[in-house]
Design a protein around this ligand. Structure first.
Ligand code: C2E
Ligand code: CA
Ligand code: CA
Ligand code: CA
Length: 278
């Protein structure tokens, strides 16, 4: 089928070409979506496990494709990362989350922290500190109502960017280490990181109500968090049995489908009106 004019065609692999084509189409679509603003932010509550009160919310981006509908972040964030488009998209997400949070405060809801996920590429951006400063000034949101969630896998490889993070934290913005416990040596470096909160990875929550090892790990994470004066939160909480096991092991905050799925802005506002605030 393919010409032998070029060597590479001799080893033609149809699945590989299909993937490449799909990838190229995806990149073009993503570029268009960024230019045309086809994204939305969903919000998922964070809850105090003892009282059921709302303590904050995580901003989670969605691509709203005109024909395909809602595309989840796992499908496009990695591509946005690799192509560098995440810089522009990430800035939009940050601004949008800060603006929305300030708007809810202006509407009279008790102030809450909004958590925004930050990718590796964004952390290595030279002017990240200025970008965040500008967004906070522009939206009028106080730094203490913004938290950045950074995955453990990114944080351990950070090296030079650690100074950037330190500077951001110095300005009053909070830092949370996401997916904690999945790393190779989670406990050894944690004390060196400029962070405020540990978010325990959902893999330990999934079976915590029926697995001694997961309980032991959560207990160890809580102990280390207490000794370092850090907050802890569990992600992926789906069952009341998990809440009980978390409470027993000293984890007092949770996030997950048990409380609510991530909600579009107007649905989250409704949630704000019905739930008790911290
Ligand atoms: P993540 O930061 O670990 O976010 C948690 C993911 O778990 C979210 O998926 C959320 O919808 C889902 N989740 C929440 N509660 C439950 C539960 O009880 N059970 C289960 N099975 N899942 C639950 P989502 O929104 O699809 O996001 C996936 C990932 O994409 C995020 O993982 C994060 O790494 C990335 N992401 C999402 N939004 C952004 C963003 O604005 N910027 C960047 N850089 N990454 C983002
Ligand atoms: Ca997160
Ligand atoms: Ca996570
Ligand atoms: Ca996780």
């Amino acid at each position: 089928v393919k010409s032998r004019g070029r060597n590479s065609y001799e080893f033609f692999d149809p699945t590989m070409e299909a993937k490449t084509l799909e990838r190229i189409l995806m990149e073009n679509e993503l570029r268009k979506a960024i230019n045309q603003g086809h994204f939305d932010i969903y919000y998922q509550p964070k809850t105090d496990l003892a009282t059921g009160k709302l303590t904050g919310m995580e901003a989670l981006v969605r691509w709203i494709h005109p024909e395909l509908g809602v595309i989840p972040p796992n499908r496009f964030i990695p591509i946005a990362e690799e192509t560098g488009m995440i810089i522009e998209l990430g800035e939009w997400i940050l601004r949008q989350a800060c603006r929305q949070n300030k708007e809810w405060q202006n509407e009279g809801f008790p102030p809450l922290k909004v958590s925004v996920n930050l990718s590796a590429r964004q952390l290595h951006q030279k002017n990240l500190t200025e970008v965040i400063e500008t967004i906070l000034k522009e939206t009028g949101l106080e730094p203490k109502w913004l938290e950045l969630e950074i995955t453990e896998s990114i944080l351990v490889k950070l090296d030079e960017a650690i100074d950037t993070l330190q500077a951001v934290r110095q300005s009053g913005v909070q830092i949370s280490i996401d997916d904690f416990g999945t790393g190779y040596n989670s406990f050894s470096y944690i004390k060196h990181l400029p962070i405020d909160t540990i978010k325990i990875d959902s893999s330990f929550i999934q079976d915590i109500h029926q697995n001694q090892e997961s309980q032991a790990i959560v207990k160890a994470i809580v102990t280390i968090a207490e000794s370092l004066n850090l907050n802890v939160i569990a992600e992926g909480v789906e069952l009341l049995d998990q809440v009980a096991a978390l409470s027993e092991n000293g984890c007092d905050q949770g996030q997950g489908y048990l409380f609510s799925k991530p909600l579009p802005t107007k649905d989250f506002k409704q949630y704000l009106q019905t739930v008790h605030h911290y």
